[in-house]
Design a protein around this ligand. Structure first.
Ligand code: MLT
Length: 269
């Protein structure tokens, strides 16, 4: 489906019925990375998987920044007639979830922050992003995909799951240059979200793969410690794309979290 916003379109899937759950993808992927979750949860929840502008079915229409991506999520919620949703963001999707909390906290019912970080970019990451911007412009999406693949998939997946490697590579090579460059610039410019962690007042689940070198478990624990009602689940044998690398384990902790959220809201006060 396409939500019209601000002269452009935002692609999304709207599958299932029940409390709404929004899924925000990583860089440079698209909403199809959430297929193992939406197919498992659609019997109990209304799953809204959204393409950030410049990825999947969302054209690369500027501006590109975390605030705009977050406002696009709200445009999808409005188009779908959803007032509040649980928000699941992985990596860049987590950065968008922080912007959503900063700008539209009343639309967020619960948060799942997967393989992401609250802190802004360190100097070495900034340098790596500038290099990737050059690479995207000069060599295109295939070169970006090859550079990213090693970092985003854990050792276990790279050694034992060629099918997952192929799926992720194919998804990455579909990303266009403008959307990728826009997202890299948006990530470079994003603010440090550490100061807003204590303001997060909704139940939060932090998920991380134990082989994630980009946002390692140590970082995930520190982030979770800053949030009042939060806990961490570490998935063994998963790298940065934990939802694709250990889908059953990811779905189990996510399903349990969403179920507890339903129970907490149903309890009389
Ligand atoms: C992602 O998976 O979205 C990226 O690795 C995020 C980042 O580079 O910070």
């Amino acid at each position: 489906m396409i939500a019209r916003v601000d002269g452009t379109g935002i692609g999304y899937d709207d599958i299932g019925r029940g409390h709404a759950v929004v899924f925000l993808h990583a860089f440079p992927l698209d909403r199809t990375m959430w297929a193992p979750q939406t197919s498992a949860l659609a019997g109990r929840y209304r799953c809204l998987a959204i393409d950030a502008r410049g990825f999947g079915e969302s054209p690369a229409t500027p501006p590109f920044d975390m605030d705009r991506y977050a406002d696009d999520v709200v445009a999808v919620l409005d188009a779908a007639g959803v007032e509040r949703a649980s928000v699941v963001g992985l990596s860049m999707g987590g950065y968008i979830a922080f912007a959503l909390w900063r700008r539209h906290p009343q639309r967020v019912r619960g948060l799942v922050l997967a393989d992401t970080r609250a802190t802004a970019d360190a100097p070495d990451t900034r340098a790596r992003r500038e290099e990737l911007i050059d690479l995207a412009r000069t060599a295109g999406p295939n070169a970006v995909a090859e550079r990213q693949l090693v970092g985003v998939l854990g050792k276990t997946t790279r050694e034992r799951r060629p099918d997952i490697v192929a799926t992720v590579r194919a998804m990455m090579t579909r990303a266009g240059v403008d959307g990728s460059v826009g997202a890299l610039q948006a990530m470079l410019a994003r603010p440090d979200s550490t100061p807003i962690l204590p303001t997060i007042s909704v139940p939060t689940l932090v998920i991380v793969g134990d082989e994630d070198p980009i946002t390692p478990p140590k970082e995930a624990r520190a982030m979770s410690n800053g949030i009042r009602e939060s806990r961490v689940e570490i998935l063994s044998g998963a790298g940065h794309l934990s939802n694709l690398e250990r889908p059953a384990a990811f779905n189990a902790v996510l399903g349990e979290f969403l179920h507890a959220l339903d129970g907490a809201e149903a309890r009389p006060v």
